[in-house]
Design a protein around this ligand. Structure first.
Ligand code: EPU
Length: 361
């Protein structure tokens, strides 16, 4: 810690007392004792090896609740670059720097004619953050398009590669969360390689996406809303539909600060889900491969009376109850208080525990 406190041995690119408020999408106040923009693997290696120093790795700050000041070193990943590194009969392999903007990567791959990421359009955040919580939307998780990632082990400064099985992906989960590597800045993702399928199939099973596509005019011979079979769809049209649905329901963090879904969708046993459905007809239920049943946290929150309701300077968004928004000037304690109130009410009414999705720092 002495090194960080005195700053004697820290390289020039490390700043002191950096304000993080505008570096997170919830816009909560907080400072980092030390802060560095990381543009290269070499910079990371220069900061490796000091086990006394607390570290946190920041991307776009779109999945983070700052509960106050951070007495350690924040590494903001700004490693750029995106390229096709290879292809075979089945796929294109695209590698991107951890600091690239996720949505721009999606649009760029589509413009190059490499489909596969379209269902994940408009998700806020960086490329490096995508595998950490296995981002997902509209029937697709990034794990399904993931090939491998490069990371730096901050205890030694050495680089390593993790393939899909080493990442141990789950619902909004990976080895980076399971092992605490992300929260303690122990292994830092520098680049991610995606595997984009040449035999592309549109994924339009998500009801809201299908409805949006039905309303959209189609290109090609089959024009007009709802007229064509799914096979005439292009990846770009799916991206456009996803963008339309997301823009309607999810607040733009630049206009209304938020961190996306604030809670995970809870998974309960089939017996619990059945009991709840008997008591609450209309309960959305999504059976999982392992026999569990995923429930919709947004529905549970709405039914508990929290949709569009505020507690002080924060509230649950009026168009999507799963999104916690900062109405202006909120701090970490406001967010924690609202999250607790919502958790308590949902638990009282349904007996279901909600777990926060963003990282609390
Ligand atoms: N619902 C309500 N009231 C609400 C919100 C939702 O009743 O206020 C109901 C909906 O009617 C629907 C069900 O809950 O029956 C599910 O809602 P929705 O399709 O909007 O999806 P979600 O489960 O709330 C998840 C992801 C989103 C992702 C969408 C689309 C999680 C925690 N959230 O939300 O991801 O965009 O599905 O795939 O899994 C994120 O992780 O930050 C995120 C935005």
């Amino acid at each position: 810690m002495e090194r960080a406190v005195s700053g004697a041995a820290l390289p020039d690119f490390v700043e002191r007392a950096a304000d993080l408020t505008r570096r997170t999408t919830l816009g909560l106040p907080g400072r980092a004792a030390w802060y560095a923009e990381i543009r290269s693997v070499e910079q990371l290696a220069m900061l490796a090896g000091d086990s006394r120093q607390r570290r946190f790795v920041l991307g776009a700050g779109s999945n983070l609740v700052l509960t106050g000041d951070f007495d350690g070193l924040v590494l903001r990943m700004a490693i750029r670059g995106r390229e096709l590194i290879g292809e075979d009969d089945d796929a294109w392999y695209v590698r991107a720097g951890a600091g690239e903007d996720w949505h721009r990567l999606v649009l760029w791959t589509l413009a190059q004619g490499w489909p596969g990421l379209e269902n994940l359009a408009l998700i806020p955040g960086t490329v490096g953050a995508a595998p950490i919580q296995n981002i997902g939307a509209y029937g697709l998780e990034v794990a399904e398009r993931f090939h491998s990632l490069d990371a730096v082990d901050m205890s030694t400064g050495s680089t390593l590669q993790l393939d899909r099985s080493a990442c141990r992906f789950g619902y909004r989960d990976s080895v980076f969360k399971q092992q605490g590597w992300h929260l303690n800045g122990q292994r830092v993702i520098t680049r991610v390689t995606f595997r984009l399928p040449k035999r592309w199939q549109p994924l339009t099973g998500y009801a809201e996406l299908a409805a949006e596509l039905d309303r959209m005019p189609r290109s090609g011979s089959d024009t007009g809303p709802g007229s064509g079979p799914a096979s005439v769809l292009t990846p770009r049209q799916i991206a456009d539909a996803v963008i339309a649905v997301r823009s309607r329901k999810l607040p733009d963090p630049a206009a209304l600060p938020n961190a996306g879904s604030f809670f995970h969708n809870p998974v309960v046993s089939a017996a619990v889900a059945e009991g709840l459905a008997r008591a609450f007809p209309g309960l959305p239920r999504y059976p999982q491969a392992d026999g569990g049943v995923k429930l919709a946290a947004g529905w549970l929150i709405e039914q508990s009376g929290w949709k569009g309701r505020d507690l002080g300077r924060v509230g649950m968004y009026e168009k999507q109850a799963l999104v916690l928004v900062n109405r202006g000037g909120a701090c970490g304690a406001d967010v924690v208080a609202l999250a607790r109130a919502v958790q308590e009410d949902v638990c009282k009414r349904f007996g279901v525990e909600l777990a926060p999705e963003p990282i609390l720092l």
